[in-house]
Ligand binder design. Sequence first.
Ligand code: RP5
Length: 178
Amino acid sequence: MVEVNSQAIPEVLILMGSASDWKHLRGAVEVLEGLGVSFEVHVSSAHRTPARTVDLVQTAEAGGCRVFICAAGMAAHLAGVVAAHTVRPVLGVPLPGGVLDGVDALLSTVQMPGGIPVATFAVGSAGARNAAFFAAQVIAGDRPEVGVALKDARRVGGEKIGVADREINTELRAGKDS
Ligand code: RP5
């Protein structure tokens, strides 16, 4: 079990624009838990609860939160608004949905005007997981044990590829022999 940094203010704050986004974010939470990174998750919208969103960000930053992960779909401006209120890294995760199924959110998130950066990840669950890994990579700069957990996670991922390769080739050989 990886030791989690148990400070009151989390190292990572995950914000999503709607409860309908949660299904895409579960994997990010699993990644952070597995790596021993502390986090907090909130539903808060840039347009439906703008004041609360700013309050969450400012409170987290004042308490020492290191990285913000912001996930939203459609005209996704959550990450940009959060980036306007903090100088800590903001990782944007565009989510699928709506008539353009995530392409709208991708462009909204990635096309920040110069000066207020949002590091933008892939659309959907893969992007959410990668944002969590990236947040852990930032935090590993100060917490070497998180770096060790990241290397372990990559080793396990590589081992799964090796197992899959052996299983497929065993199946192919069995097919030829029958
Ligand atoms: C965005 O609009 C949310 O992030 C969500 O992805 C999308 C749709 O929200 P709901 O109408 O499902 O609440 O703000």
